[in-house]
Design a protein. Structure first.
Length: 102
């Protein structure tokens, strides 16, 4: 599992603090069980936020290694290279494959 980024730690920590404080103030609980439930809920919410924070920037090392590797993507929408200037697609080209229907 990769290490969390500083942004993930910051967002998760802020979420834990503010959500726990808000839940304690809104619920007005005074029992130890209520405070424990609110605390666990705040921690779970902070963990959820920290895990789902999108990583927008990559490090320079990973960009450099990605740039040095050849791309393995296949571009299917690229037009095929033509061999001569006179070649143009025909309107009704004869079929070169056998029909499966006889």
């Amino acid at each position: 599992m990769p290490r969390p980024t500083p942004a993930q730690l910051a967002y998760g920590s802020a979420t834990v603090v503010f959500s726990t404080l808000a839940m304690l103030l809104l619920s007005q609980t005074r029992s130890a069980l209520g405070v424990g439930i609110v605390t666990v809920a705040g921690l779970a919410l902070g963990l959820l936020v920290a895990v789902t924070v999108p990583v927008s920037r990559t490090s320079r090392a990973s960009r450099a290694s990605r740039a040095s590797r050849p791309s393995r993507t296949i571009r299917a929408n690229r037009p095929m290279a033509r061999t001569g200037p006179a070649e143009r697609p025909r309107a009704h080209a004869p079929a070169r494959e056998h029909s499966l229907h006889g």
